[in-house]
Write a protein that binds this ligand. Sequence first.
Ligand SMILES: [Zn+2]
Ligand SMILES: [Zn+2]
Length: 306
Amino acid sequence: MPTKFFSAAGKFHRGNLHTHSTRSDGILEPEEVCRRYQAEGYDFIALTDHMVGLFDYPITDTSAFRNDRFTTIIGAEMHTGAMENGYLWHILGIGLPLDFTPPNVPNFRAAHGSESGASIAQRARDAGAFVAIAHPHWSGMNEADARSITAAHAVEIYNYGCVVDNDRGEGFFTLEQLLNGDRHLNLIATDDAHFNTPDHFGGWVMVKAIENTPDALLTALKAGEYYSTTGPDIADIRLSKDSVEVDCSAAATIIVQGQGTSMATLHGSSMTTAQLSLERLADSPWIRVTVIDRAGKRAWSNPIWV
Ligand SMILES: [Zn+2]
Ligand SMILES: [Zn+2]
């Protein structure tokens, strides 16, 4: 059962996988970024500064800011280009080695003839990273672009900074087009925090792991043993042949989505456990679960292949 991690040993660790600092175009030093996330109740972050020549291709070493209640995963937002629209690729590499070879991207302009997005994503995955396609809507990414990133583990379906700053923060459509082409991808919600606008503490992942260490978190991320949220908790998802049961924090709406128009929806009051029929989802090869609370905050399961 792909959702068995919910009830497995370990606990959920709250993390932000997309963050910038003064090592690129963020306005806070790496140490202060880590301090603020820990102060807000996060268990870990990945600092993902922009890997471009302008900033000397940073892969920021945050290991000095780890402590007994907070850890960091080494990462970067990788750029190369271009996508079909002529703009630069934005791809998250989370769990990169500090000596990862950068692409040739002097600045934020797409340099034609530079490495493809597919190539840098594959190099990052081969080097041990969890790879995610960042903010596809804001990037203006088309389906062929997204499909080309065969090394991706996930699509960033919620980028809080993009929600706040350009109202193009969602990537569900891109993810589902790839799912419908039988690509087994997961999803992530992130901040993309630069701290120069109210772009932080809005979207995160909850990763199930035995311990709060970079290795354990990375292993769980690659295995899809996490969910994404802007507030609500998902405690368990249990699948049977004709229904799905969801345990969660108090919800106003629970939705199961599948291919095409297939869906199941339950509206209620302070629901903490619910059963939804899969009757209308019987022909879909995948389903995913969305939990919405009274304030409109949402939590999303990864796609579940049935
Ligand atoms: Zn970006
Ligand atoms: Zn970013």
